[in-house]
Design a protein around this ligand. Structure first.
Ligand code: SF4
Length: 303
């Protein structure tokens, strides 16, 4: 975190103001969240968290040797038909908890040696999650903060996160809104995702590692390969190359499996083939990207 705790507190107050009426994501529902109303994402007035644990399925500089301190927040602003986290992202399972309790869990994870605090799908609950992070900082937490997001973000929120977040881990899911609408239930993903990635890079820059190879700051762009190539790898990476160049750190993921509504959806009811994944890797390599992580299909996991 690059800003003072006092400034960070002001930012979190700004996030809280954006929650009522809610403009925390580009859907701009306007739900009176703090009065108990819920909007599209179904998040409410209280923090709800599905799990908190040392997670080893992230990219190597995030998971390191002792794991990433991963906080899986309930609720999501998207409706990906294949979501592997659907019990808490779509159905809202999880545990309501007070902010100080989550701060305590973060401190406990730090004592267990995790390398960072990793907020997964944080956007609908950003005020509460960041408040917990600051409370833990006040009690001695000294770890980088990872913001692990679908990329469907508003610039107003990202501006408040400038200096608070150390590592952005956004998805670059789709290259066209038709696919985004059909597969993830979001009509205006592409423009928001691209603007968000550019702003994130402006804030944190290229990925930086410490002497042990752990991420300390920077941007990692994630791209999940889907069956049938609906993710639009070529168009997405042509855009990324024109926007940020070819040295940006990229994570190409093959962990797709048919979860949630995918088993009943033609075309999404199977795993990726090796050829589909290989084609995506070759496309990104062929466009000149130099910092690309690929997954081993036999060892996939993730957040
Ligand atoms: S975060 Fe949720 S309630 Fe707020 S604008 Fe987005 S979908 Fe609506």
């Amino acid at each position: 975190m690059l800003i003072s705790l006092e400034e960070a507190r002001r930012r979190v107050a700004g996030l809280r103001a954006l929650a009522d009426p809610c403009r925390l994501c580009p859907r701009l529902c306007g739900a009176r969240r703090l009065a108990g109303e819920t909007g599209f994402c179904r998040a409410g007035a209280r923090l709800r968290v599905a799990s908190w644990a040392a997670h080893r399925g992230e990219e190597p500089p995030i998971s390191g040797t002792r794991g990433s301190g991963t906080i899986f927040a309930s609720h999501c602003t998207l409706r990906c038909l294949f979501c592997q986290n659907f019990p808490f992202s779509q159905l809202g399972t999880g545990q309501e908890m007070a902010v100080p309790d989550l701060a305590g869990h973060m401190l406990q994870l730090a004592r267990r040696g995790v390398h960072n605090i990793n907020l997964v799908t944080p956007t609908p609950q950003a005020p509460f999650l960041l408040e917990a992070f600051l409370e833990a900082r006040e009690q001695g937490l000294d770890l980088p903060l990872v913001y692990n997001t679908s990329g469907y973000e508003s610039l107003e929120v990202l501006t408040l996160l400038d200096g608070l977040v150390d590592i952005y881990l956004p998805d670059l899911k789709y290259a066209d809104d038709e696919a985004a609408a059909a597969i993830s239930g979001v009509a205006d993903y592409v423009a928001h995702d691209r603007a968000a990635i550019v702003e994130m890079f402006r804030q944190v820059g290229p990925l930086q590692l410490d002497a042990a190879g752990l991420a300390t700051r920077g941007l990692i762009v994630r791209h999940l390969v889907l069956p049938g190539g609906r993710q639009g790898t070529r168009a997405s990476f042509e855009w990324l190359r024109s926007a940020l160049g070819t040295e940006v750190q990229v994570s190409l993921m093959c962990q797709y499996f048919p979860a949630w509504r995918a088993p009943q959806t033609p075309g999404f009811d199977r795993r990726l083939t090796d050829d589909e994944y290989l084609e995506a890797i070759e496309t990104v390599d062929g466009l000149g990207f130099t910092n690309v992580w690929a997954q081993d299909p036999t060892e996939v996991g993730g957040a």
